[in-house]
Design a protein around this ligand. Structure first.
Ligand code: CUA
Length: 156
């Protein structure tokens, strides 16, 4: 008789934990879905190639001290796969994906964003020293994920 009572308590405890667990997951998924990580600019992922500025990816000089760098991500590369920017200038990165979620991390800096279909990911960075920086995809995107890179050359 006592055993039954304990079993019942454990069952209630188990079901309770499960409900709590599922609720937590559901609530986090809800909030994640409503807060795109780095920008609220939207883009049709199927029309990235014809949507400015992504129809013309690369480095654009805005003024003496500011540049816009536009990159298109798709499995498993970035276009362009190499860019050159000067030191001590404000570099505005704009990245969009044509297919799945990709990452955009510039190794050795604090640039690290998620590139989600439907959104433009933006980040502004200033490089103080010349050198070579690797852009890496840090979101698993498929079989060629580990080969998905690009390169930034920072020159004086
Ligand atoms: Cu793109 Cu991993």
């Amino acid at each position: 008789m006592h055993m039954h009572k304990f079993e019942k308590i454990w069952l209630i405890f188990g079901v309770g934990s499960l409900i709590l667990f599922l609720t937590t997951i559901g609530v986090s998924a809800f909030y994640m879905g409503h807060h795109p990580p780095s920008s609220h600019t939207t883009i049709n992922p199927e029309k990235v190639d014809v949507t400015p500025p992504f129809n013309n990816p690369g480095v654009k000089k805005l003024n003496d001290n500011e540049y816009e760098v536009v990159l298109v991500a798709s499995a498993f590369s970035y276009v362009p796969n190499q860019i050159q920017v000067p030191t001590n200038a404000k570099i505005h990165f704009k990245v969009a994906t044509k297919d799945v979620i990709h990452g955009f991390e510039i190794a050795g800096t604090n640039v690290n964003m998620m590139v989600e279909p439907g959104y433009v990911s933006e980040f502004t960075q200033t490089f103080r020293k010349p050198g070579e920086f690797l852009i890496l995809c840090n979101e698993y995107c498929g079989i060629g994920h580990h080969m998905m890179t690009s390169k930034i050359e920072v020159v004086e």
